[in-house]
Design a protein around this ligand. Structure first.
Ligand code: GTP
Ligand code: MG
Length: 418
C-alpha cells in the first residue's frame, strides 16, 4: 500500500477510466437486476390472470433474471488484457517485469518462457500460481520458487499458467490489468492455436523487437494472422535493448529513424491498424533491463540512475514512461469500448423490454377497471328497471286482483239476491 500511495500517478492514471466505468456499469446492472426481480414478483402475484398478462410475456421477463445474473458475473470479472509477443530473448519477460516494477517473471539465460504466463492481481493479497485445468493454488513466495515451479510442470507451449500477485504491489494489477507473457514466436508451429487461445480477447498487443536487428518475417507473419482474426488490433512496437545499440552504433539517429519508418510502415500500410499519426504514439525505443534495474533501486530509496548504466539512460527511461502512459490510455479506452459498450446496449434493451411488458399490463389493467365500472352501472340501471317493472307489475296485479275481488263480490251479492 505504501508503494501505491507514494506513486504520484495513483489516481490520475488513465486506467481509472476503465476502473470507474466498470464500477458504474456494475452499479447499473445491480439496479436492472432489482427492476427485473420486482417485475417477476409482480408477475408471480398475478399468475393465472390471463387477461392481465400473457404467458409469453411472463416467460420473457422471467428469462431476464438468468441473463442479468450472467452479465453481472461477466462484468465482475472483466479486466484489461495485454499480451506480449516477439522472438525469443528479445526481452518480453523483462518488459513485463519493468512495468510491474518487480522481478516477478523469470527471465534471461535458463529462464526461457516455455508456456503462456498470465500475471493478474490476487484478491486475497497472496501470491500463487494455477495451471490450466487444475483448481490447485500453488504458493509462490519468490521469483526463484516461481521459476522452479514452472520447470517442474510438464507444460505445453500453448498452455496457460496464471500467476496471481498481490494487487497492492503494483498499480497495473490493482487497476485490473492482466499481463500475458508468451514463448518466442519463432519457436512455435502453433500460431493459429495461440491466436485462438490467447489473443482473441486481448485489448492490446505489445510486440517486443530487438533494436539491434530489424523487424523479422516471423514477427510480421504473426501479426498478419492476428489482424485477420481481429479487426484493428491495438499494437505497440517496443524496440528493446536500445541501451546496447546506443553504445555500439555510430549512426544511432539514422538507425532509429530507419527502425521507426519500418515499424510505422508495418502498422500503417501492411496491417492497416492505425494512421501514420497514431503510429508515432505506438513505436518506442526502450531498455527494459535498465528500467527494471532503476525501479528496483528507487524502491530501495536509492536514485534511479545509481546502477551502472549506459549513456542516455534518462532519455530511455522517459521514453519508457511515455510508452506506459500511451499504453494505459489505449488499453483503458479500448477495453471500455469493447467490454462495456455491448453490455450497456444489452442492459438498455432489457430495461426497455421489461418496461414495455409492464406498460401493456398496466394498460390492460386500466381497461379492465373501466369495463368493470361500466358493467356496474349497467347492472344498476337494469336493476332499477326491473324494480320499476316489478312495481308496475305489482300495481297491475293489485288492480287486477281488486277487479277480480269486486267482480266476485258483485257476482256473489247478485247470486245471493237472486
Ligand atoms: P524468452 O522467454 O526466452 O523468449 O525471452 P524473453 O523475450 O522473455 O527475454 P528475457 O526478458 O528473458 O530477456 C532475455 C535477456 O535479455 C536477459 O538476459 C535480459 O537481461 C536481457 N535484456 C532484456 N532487456 C534488455 C535490455 O533492454 N537491454 C539489455 N542490454 N539486455 C536486455
Ligand atoms: Mg520470457
Amino acid at each position: 500500500n505504501t508503494l501505491i500511495s507514494a506513486d504520484p500517478r495513483n489516481n490520475s492514471s488513465p486506467l481509472q477510466t476503465f476502473v470507474k466505468a466498470k464500477r458504474k456499469i456494475n452499479d447499473i446492472f445491480g439496479e436492472i437486476d432489482d427492476y427485473v426481480h420486482d417485475a417477476v414478483q409482480y408477475i408471480t402475484a398475478t399468475e393465472g390472470n390471463d387477461d392481465l398478462i400473457q404467458k409469453s410475456e411472463a416467460a420473457l421477463v422471467e428469462e431476464y433474471v438468468g441473463k442479468v445474473t450472467g452479465i453481472r458475473e461477466v462484468l465482475k470479472r472483466d479486466h484489461m488484457k495485454v499480451a506480449f509477443f516477439g522472438r525469443t530473448s528479445n526481452g518480453k519477460s523483462s518488459v513485463i517485469n519493468a512495468m510491474l516494477r518487480d522481478k516477478i517473471l523469470p527471465s534471461g539465460i535458463g529462464h526461457t518462457t516455455n508456456c503462456f504466463l498470465q500475471v493478474e492481481g490476487s484478491e486475497n493479497g497472496e501470491s500463487y500460481l494455477m495451471t490450466e485445468g487444475s483448481d490447485m493454488k500453488q504458493n509462490v513466495k519468490s521469483v526463484g520458487q516461481l521459476a522452479h515451479a514452472l520447470c517442474e510442470e510438464k507444460l505445453g507451449e500453448s498452455q496457460l499458467v496464471r500467476i496471481f500477485w498481490p494487487r497492492d504491489k503494483c498499480l497495473l494489477l490493482r487497476d485490473d490489468v492482466v499481463l500475458v507473457d508468451s514463448p518466442g514466436i519463432d519457436v512455435t508451429p502453433n500460431m493459429d492455436e495461440w491466436i485462438d487461445k490467447h489473443c482473441l480477447d486481448a485489448d492490446v498487443f505489445v510486440l517486443v523487437v530487438n533494436a539491434e536487428s530489424t523487424l523479422m518475417l516471423t514477427e510480421k507473419n504473426f501479426f498478419h494472422k492476428v489482424s485477420t482474426r481481429l479487426s484493428k488490433p491495438n499494437i505497440f512496437i517496443l524496440n528493446n535493448r536500445w541501451d546496447a545499440s546506443v553504445s555500439e552504433v555510430e549512426y544511432i539517429d539514422q538507425v532509429r529513424s530507419q527502425h521507426s519508418e519500418r515499424a510505422a510502415d508495418f502498422l500503417v500500410r501492411e496491417l492497416k491498424v492505425c494512421s501514420a499519426k497514431e503510429a508515432g504514439e505506438r513505436i518506442f525505443f526502450i531498455s527494459a533491463k535498465e528500467v527494471l534495474q532503476a525501479r528496483l533501486q528507487e524502491q530501495k530509496g536509492l536514485p534511479a540512475h545509481s546502477g551502472a548504466l549506459a549513456e542516455g539512460f534518462q532519455t530511455r527511461y522517459f521514453e519508457f514512461q511515455d510508452f506506459e502512459r500511451k499504453f494505459e490510455e489505449c488499453i483503458s479506452h479500448s477495453a471500455v469500448r469493447t467490454k462495456f459498450e455491448q453490455h450497456s446496449q444489452r442492459g438498455k434493451n432489457i430495461a426497455v423490454e421489461v418496461r414495455d411488458v409492464m406498460e401493456k399490463v398496466y394498460e390492460r389493467a386500466l381497461a379492465l377497471q373501466k369495463e368493470k365500472t361500466y358493467l356496474k352501472k349497467e347492472v344498476y340501471d337494469k336493476l332499477n328497471f326491473t324494480e320499476q317493472q316489478l312495481m308496475l307489475i305489482t300495481q297491475e296485479m293489485k288492480e287486477k286482483i281488486r277487479f277480480m275481488v269486486e267482480d266476485v263480490e258483485q257476482k256473489v251479492s247478485k247470486a245471493l239476491s237472486e
